[in-house]
Write a protein that binds this ligand. Structure first.
Ligand code: ZN
Length: 489
């Protein structure tokens, strides 16, 4: 039998850990890697009588994200308890948002040259607190599980896309752009290894049959801890669901919604459980927390941050700074600190293209060699800008600038000082001009020889220039001599 045609339908739920210093409802730190159970208090441990207080910064970051994703921010947002029992959930419920999330709708445009541009829509984004972590220790045949509650109560923004993604590759494109946006807005560090960005994928197929397209049951795949895993899991589910449909003929509604876990070792998904419907969580409004009224003033004051959206930065780099699409993309991928660094270098040097080239090549290479991130790079952007300004003005050759650059990454000195350390004299373009004019005046025979076609006469003039000023760059002397000879011809 011929394999039927099918369309892949994917919706993603992205759990983003917000970059707040403290948890969503208490003052405990959110930093990663502390000793287990050292960042806890009566509130996040769920002790009787403890009352939650909302973290303002988490609200602000959620609203900024919502605005950046072109979503709407309802005037009132409220909190619900999602009840379930799990060892790493100390209160026996999670504070989340059911009917009144902080962000409604929205969409994200994917970069690329499609016309019209490809956009993926969002259903909503809501705030919730994270659970703790179970550490399974299986030494000496004993199954020993310990609980670390440092993460319990950490603010998460769950961003839910519409099922509008049509392939594994498109899921990766979408996640790459979403991650870029979250990083540039300073909403999250998006560190997947530390769990700051976690993805669940809802996948099903629409299989072509003689009586029309038939949807297969939706499967939620969890435990996707890299974009690669998201891609592979979607590809795996396509084949698995198609095989199951061909074998059983079961369509959506004829089988319970499944939750499956991605297993990186075998590169397959495995059945975890048949999915609870939201009614199983017995959601109800949290009686300890009042609804939040979001003022229009707050929303307007946050709109200013939207110029840090990747789409806005791309536009600025290309339209205002004159960079190529490629250069803009490389700088964006280097992160928000690199954009801030670039802006400073471009402003000081008044030469954005040169700034972009140096950032992508020399700075990127130096960072790699040193194993540093750009916010810890010892060469201040103002100094690099000053160095590039001198190159643009013809005071330094590119080769000299590379030496000065190296010196500047090693010692805390100004450009002038680094040049002195290296014995590089700054060339004054007017000095070269003066030198060349003098030579032409003093060597009329050479000038006549050159004009009659004896091109080696130019070499003699350059030699004479070097005799007079040992630091005169022969390339620059040649260039200026030719210009002057052309002018007076
Ligand atoms: Zn706490």
């Amino acid at each position: 039998m011929k394999t039927p045609e099918f369309e892949t339908i994917v919706g993603l739920e992205v759990h983003v850990q917000l970059s707040t210093r403290t948890k969503l409802f208490c003052g405990c730190a959110t930093s990663f890697g502390a000793e287990p159970n050292t960042q806890v208090c009566p509130v996040c441990l769920g002790l009787p009588g403890a009352l939650p207080v909302v973290n303002r910064e988490a609200i602000r970051l959620a609203i900024v994200t919502g605005l950046a994703l072109d979503g709407s921010i309802p005037e009132v947002t409220r909190w619900d308890r999602k009840n379930y029992f799990y060892p790493d959930l100390p209160k026996g419920y999670q504070i989340s948002q059911l009917d009144h999330p902080i962000v409604d709708g929205g969409s994200l445009e994917l970069p690329g040259d499609e016309s019209p541009p490809r956009r993926i829509g969002f259903i909503r984004a809501h705030l919730e607190e994270d659970a703790g972590k179970s550490l399974h220790d299986e030494r000496e045949g004993k199954a020993d599980t310990r609980i670390d509650l440092n993460r319990a109560g950490t603010p998460l923004l769950e961003i839910v896309s519409r099922p509008e993604i049509r392939s594994a590759q498109e899921a990766k494109r979408f996640l790459t752009e979403l991650k870029l946006l979250l990083e540039h807005l300073g909403v999250s560090d998006c560190n997947m290894e530390e769990g700051s960005l976690r993805v669940d994928a809802n996948v099903n197929l629409r299989v072509s049959t003689p009586e029309g397209p038939v949807p297969t049951p939706i499967v939620e795949v969890k435990n996707l801890n890299s974009f690669r895993a998201v891609e592979r899991a979607i590809e795996f589910e396509q084949q698995r669901q198609l095989g199951e449909f061909l074998a059983t003929g079961r369509r959506q509604g004829e089988a319970p919604k499944q939750t499956r876990g991605w297993d990186d070792a075998s590169q397959t998904t495995r059945l975890q459980r048949e999915k609870e419907e939201s009614a199983d969580y017995r959601y109800f409004p949290d009686p300890d927390l009042v609804p939040i009224v979001v003022s229009r003033d707050l929303i307007e004051s946050l709109r200013g941050e939207l110029n840090r959206r990747p789409s806005a930065i791309r536009h600025r780099l290309i339209a205002t700074c004159g960079l190529s699409d490629y250069d803009a993309e490389v700088l964006l991928q280097m992160g928000p600190a690199a954009i801030a660094y670039f802006d400073q270098v471009a402003e000081t040097s008044s030469d954005p293209k040169r700034a972009a080239n140096w950032l992508q090549q020399d700075v990127a290479r130096a960072l790699k060699e040193r194993g540093e991130s750009i916010d810890r790079f010892p060469l201040k952007p103002e100094r690099l800008g000053e160095l590039l300004r001198r190159v643009a003005a013809g005071e330094l050759t590119t080769a000299q600038a590379k030496d000065v650059f190296r010196r500047l990454t090693e010692a805390d000195v100004e450009v002038e000082g680094a040049m002195r350390d290296l014995g590089i004299a700054s060339v004054d373009p007017s000095a070269i001009d003066r030198l060349c004019r003098e030579l032409l005046a003093e060597h009329p025979q050479s000038v006549a020889d050159y004009r009659s076609g004896k091109l080696q006469a130019l070499g003699a003039l350059i030699g004479a220039a070097r005799k007079r000023d040992r630091n005169a760059d022969p390339n620059r002397v040649r260039e200026r001599l030719l210009e002057l000879l052309a002018e007076t011809a």
